[in-house]
Write a protein that binds this ligand. Sequence first.
Ligand code: DAH
Length: 338
Amino acid sequence: MKERIEQLLEEVSAYKASKLDEVEQLRIKILGKKGELKELFSSFKTVASDQKKEVGLLLNKLRNKTEEKIVELTSSFAQKEDDGDSFLDLSLPISDDNLGSRHPLSIVKNEIIDIFSRIGYSISEGPEIEDDWHNFSALNFPKEHPARDMQDTFFIDKENALRTHTSSVQVRVMENSTPPIRTISPGRVFRNESISARAHCIFHQVEGLYIDKNVSFADLKQTLLYFAKEMFGDKTEIRLRPSYFPFTEPSAEVDVSCIICSGKGCNVCKHTGFLEILGCGMVDPNVLENCGIDSKVYTGFAFGMGVERIAMLKYQINDLRMFFENDVRFLNQFKSTI
Ligand code: DAH
């Protein structure tokens, strides 16, 4: 019996495993219910009494050595797994249970950026906390203009407010660069509005600006037609209606032919056949001069659109609040759109 135990002790200390399974095999062989130890203990009674002490010690040694070996081999496998060693089965298919989806506003914003990048527009950004000059004064807002009113603007102090539109970025770009300028500015804007299905106090805009020699209203119209077709489909038409913005002259509001009824008239377009998507115009010479650009040499156009508005039309979402609630049942519907 002594020899048998010593033989097993040697076997255990020399034991090597190439997989976790083989460690388990060792455990079963020595420590298992029908294992060697069990068997040896049950024949312990046959050992001569003067040998009992020695054999008993050997049996305990075998149990301890086996347990130590199992711990040692198991932890070496755990280590390998951490190291990303070959123990990892890289051929297993990955589980995609936890993949998130891109937010619809990001999808639309990225699409707008893509469309304008293809015709050479760069991206510029500006601060969300703006001073009066960049948000209003440089953009030709008269001192008493209602947009400066407390009801629309979140003021921080007398001089600074949360920007009410991304047009503030066009001022910063013009101040800091020389034409030709061709840029779009996506970003968050803030207005003191009560939250409803159609309005929110935080929303997103993309501003566009093109300044060079001889830029005309025809260039503006063609650029916006290109944008509308890329965004809503090749059959889309646009319509420009005269409007007023302090920073553009002339100014216009732009409608696209209804993407639901293609202009025939439906509930979505309130039977007009058209949907308003953005404001635009030729940059007012006062604004160019305010930003250090010679209005006798350069002309340009600007436009501004709401990302929520475009997303609502594109995905037929009729409540703006959906974008901010982040209900996963809503967000999951955009998984395939990425
Ligand atoms: N800033 C305007 C707004 O928030 C949108 C806008 C209109 C931007 C006309 C422009 C523009 O650049 O030319 O309502």
